[in-house]
Design a protein around this ligand. Structure first.
Ligand code: NAP
Length: 301
């Protein structure tokens, strides 16, 4: 399969490297990462050890391959630009798959790309940008892919088998939107709390007051999900969130890393969307509002 990975940072480079073993892959990303890959190949360390020579470019204008699959792996605040930039690569059968976190990526992609091309996914793999040309695979996880309308299509089956052949353990979902929501509910507490406090994920369960806060935020975010017809059990979401915290206890969350690096965060696409839904439906969402405002205030400096 011909695959373009658009936004080859941490997770995009990891998936690109694994898929490149059996597919034609082109990575699109930023210098100096791309320049290093062109010169020395792409190295994955950590849970995976791999160096691959894979074509890498800085713009879709340099992609001369008919793309069967475009993986979108930019941060959610870059989704609109990314979907606009990949549009010239599309042919009738091209699949565009978002592996991003956040609740508004699909609607942003739909502004530039016809719905029939779009599928969605979530992954619990962890990847960290170490240095140009080098990514650390911090945690092995699972990937779930689905059609937006939930149907188990032939192209989805093909995609899942290509991912599995590449060693990316992947399953199908007949309700991928629910999976995206579940991940966002988990992230709605872990990301902003760790980013604001400047702590590792595990600290949220070491401190009883923070553990309670995690529970309150999960409950509020689950209630907001139900306003959109996504029915999840708050108790199950609390348990799942605590499981993720335990599994990633030693990690800095992606939002904390963004704050530390003076970069934008994905707060708008997670707590920001939850807050917006509450406002639209005239439901008070004080915890998501506070977390959204705390993180936004940090980014103003
Ligand atoms: N990393 C993980 O472990 C992980 C796991 C699961 C899900 N996710 C999700 O996956 C998404 C990507 O995360 P990530 O950690 O891989 O982020 P990342 O390391 O920042 O990777 C995104 C890359 O895309 C580049 N980019 C953005 N716009 C571009 C453009 N127009 N042309 C070329 N390159 C462009 C970025 O460059 P600049 O930064 O210079 O703009 C960055 O290098 C997020 O939604 C995240 O929440 C990540």
């Amino acid at each position: 399969m011909n695959i373009v990975v658009f936004g080859s940072g941490a997770i995009g480079s990891l998936f690109g490297a694994l898929l490149a073993k059996q597919n034609k892959v082109v990575l699109v990303g930023r210098a100096p990462h791309i320049k290093c890959i062109q010169q020395k190949g792409l190295t994955i360390n950590g849970k995976t050890h791999l160096t691959v020579n894979v074509p890498a470019v800085e713009s879709t204008k340099e992609v001369f391959l008919s793309a069967d699959l475009i993986l979108l792996t930019v941060k959610s605040y870059d989704t609109e630009t990314a979907s606009n930039q990949v549009r010239p690569l599309l042919h009738d059968q091209t699949m565009v798959v978002s592996l991003q976190n956040g609740l508004d990526n699909i609607e942003k992609i739909e502004q530039n790309i016809e719905k029939k091309h779009i599928l969605a996914g979530v992954t619990t793999h962890g990847a960290l940008f170490s240095a140009p040309g080098t990514i650390i695979h911090t945690g092995k996880g699972k990937t779930i892919l689905g059609e937006l309308d939930g149907r188990p299509s032939e192209r989805l089956n093909m995609l899942i088998s290509i991912f599995n052949q590449a060693g990316i353990e992947t399953q199908m979902s007949i309700d991928i939107k629910r999976e995206i929501w579940r991940k966002a509910i988990i992230n709605s507490s872990i990301n902003p709390l760790t980013a604001f406090l400047g702590c590792k994920n595990g600290y949220l369960l070491e401190n009883p007051l923070l553990e309670k806060t995690v529970e309150y935020v999960c409950t509020e975010s689950s209630r907001i999900a139900s306003l959109k017809g996504i029915i999840v059990s708050p108790v199950e979401m609390i348990e799942k969130t605590k499981e993720v915290i335990r599994d990633t206890a030693e990690n800095d969350s992606s939002m904390l890393q963004s704050i530390q690096q003076g970069k934008k965060t994905e707060i708008e696409s997670i707590n920001g969307v939850l807050l917006r839904i509450g406002t639209e439906q005239k439901i008070d969402t004080p915890l998501n509002r506070i977390l959204f405002e705390l993180i936004t205030s940090l980014c103003l400096h």
